[in-house]
Design a protein around this ligand. Sequence first.
Ligand code: PEP
Ligand code: MN
Length: 246
Amino acid sequence: MGKNKKIIIAGPCAIETKMQFFETIESIYHDIDMIRCGVWKARTSPYSYSGQGEKALEWIQDAQEKYKICCAIEIGTLNHLNLALKYQIRHFWIGARTTGNPFAVEEISQNLKNKNVEIWIKNPIFPDLQLWIGAIERFKKNKTNSIKLIHRGFFLENSKKYRNQPRWDLLKKIQKKYPKIPIICDPSHISGKRTLIKGICEKALKQKVDGLMIEVHQKPNKALSDSQQQLSPKKFKKLLINLGLK
Ligand code: PEP
Ligand code: MN
């Protein structure tokens, strides 16, 4: 990475169909470093769309070969990890709900030891810096090959503007504590709505984050999860241009 180059990660909140997934990649992969795509969605309600599971892993393997770009997925269990490795996926993130679960983090991190994989650790749901640090330390202690962090905002009971409140003060603390670990901002899950994404990106870049992870869907209004916050490929491209990242 050059000095001013930012890591740009984008893709759908969740893979829904092979066509939706491939069409989305087709329209953005030239402009980005990596695809994000949800396979198992940690939904609050058991009745919400929860992803395609193993079927989607096959599509990811095909996509990685066809477009020569890496895809990253969320894992929350050892079973997720083992299945994903079988389909040649090497980039994972720990979702906000899992970061605060020491059993899951310990189990996953122990099984990543000495594997050629990369893990991104999202901040936990609640603004408890020690919980985030605890998860980071587990991966470090268990010798994970490569670590990045993701600021996705924090749950606030009375938050009006944002879905998850950004905490630039906590971001600064974590940057100071781990100066060598790259940190990515996820403006999609912070803002919860399309109109706020650009402002969050600008603030994050001012805070010298190393990259951005943004949800993009071919038809955002029809998305089965997070439809309010996903950008169309056209809007995403415009955003990158406006931010001076393209
Ligand atoms: C996601 O990135 O798809 C996701 C579910 O995010 P979070 O864990 O931040 O809620
Ligand atoms: Mn999402």
